[in-house]
Ligand binder design. Sequence first.
Ligand SMILES: [Zn+2]
Length: 85
Amino acid sequence: MPPQSAECRRLDALLDRELDGELSREQSEFMRAHLAACGSCRERRAFHSTVRGVIDHALRDEAMPQGMASRMLRRLDEIQDAEEV
Ligand SMILES: [Zn+2]
């Protein structure tokens, strides 16, 4: 599912930085403005942060919260449905 525009690609590149808390003020302003305007990036960001949460749990060797795996799979389905429009 290729990003739609140069702005979407830029936002993709910033997602990991955001989760690491490494965005500059200008970058976080860009993200806020773009997410307000772009529903598909909102979906990708939500999915990205869910995946990241699961990975962080796995790295800490903690049990996955109940229902997390099925929520992720539902989220994947929603994103795929949205991409098909
Ligand atoms: Zn976008």
